[in-house]
Design a protein around this ligand. Structure first.
Ligand code: SF4
Length: 251
């Protein structure tokens, strides 16, 4: 285990602890349409540049670290506003989608702010999230609640990595909400521990079928197709390994 974890692990953990473990513990990573678009946006934002206009400076791709939290990462954009002869940092994180219910984006931004505070010796009381979907900038206050949440998330990720155990799959109800957008869906299913192979395969088939029925209308056909192929590939691999083939007869 390393002494530092990437800031992105916090976001992965809040989205799905199992996803976080698959990426940061088991070193599995798969790209899908969502991650590819997100990566493209971040590559544009992380262009390593600095621009100054009067009392305003913009730096992109700034490398970050925090010794106290054991975090490292890279900021999309850090604005610097000159106040009383001091350059005051203001982190801005770019997101391809829209605002989410979970606090993952806010926690990620707060972690960046804590890194900047440690690196620059400046207090940061606000930053912003820019959402590509509505092209809106949302201000985020670095208040005590958000800082506490960020520290709790860091501690939870460290604990999970220390234990070295990948959490189990969530319930079907939660999976229906989070798994359709997850690029690891195929790998995730293939790595599920199996006490009863038949039961396991059945749960995967139900999950894939349910994902398909729930989301086939809302996602691009190519994304659905890629995810279905990936999931079915996992099922076939396991079915053959276990020496049987399960044919789903019900939805
Ligand atoms: S497929 Fe679902 S359970 Fe598995 S890692 Fe992704 S979000 Fe988590």
């Amino acid at each position: 285990m390393t002494d530092y974890i990437p800031i992105s692990a916090l976001q992965h953990y809040l989205y799905c602890p199992r996803q976080c473990a698959l990426i940061h513990l088991e070193q599995i990573w798969s790209e899908n349409v969502h991650t590819a678009e997100g990566r493209h946006l971040h590559e544009k934002a992380h262009g390593n540049s600095a621009e100054k206009r009067g009392d305003f400076k913009v730096v992109t791709g700034l490398l970050l670290s925090s010794e106290s939290l054991g975090l490292y990462g890279q900021a999309d954009v850090v604005e610097f506003h000159k106040q009383n002869d001091r350059w005051h940092p203001y982190p801005v994180e770019y997101k391809r989608g829209g605002p989410k219910d979970i606090m993952a984006d806010q926690v990620q931004l707060c972690a960046q702010a804590i890194c900047l505070e440690e690196m620059l010796g400046e207090n940061i009381d606000e930053g912003a999230l820019f959402y590509g979907k509505n092209r809106r900038r949302q201000k985020v206050k670095m208040d005590a609640v958000l800082r506490e949440r960020t520290q709790q998330t860091v501690a939870a990720v460290w604990e999970m990595l220390r234990q070295g155990r990948t959490p189990p799959k969530p319930t079907l109800e939660i999976a229906n909400v989070i798994c359709p957008s997850c690029s690891l869906v195929g790998d995730c299913m293939a790595l599920t521990p199996r006490t009863s192979a038949a039961k396991y395969i059945q749960s995967i088939v139900k999950m894939v079928w349910s994902l398909y029925l729930t989301h086939c209308m809302s996602l691009p056909k190519t994304a659905i197709f890629a995810r279905m192929v990936s999931a079915w590939h996992s099922i076939m691999k396991i079915s053959l390994k276990e020496g049987f083939l399960y044919i789903p007869l019900e939805g």
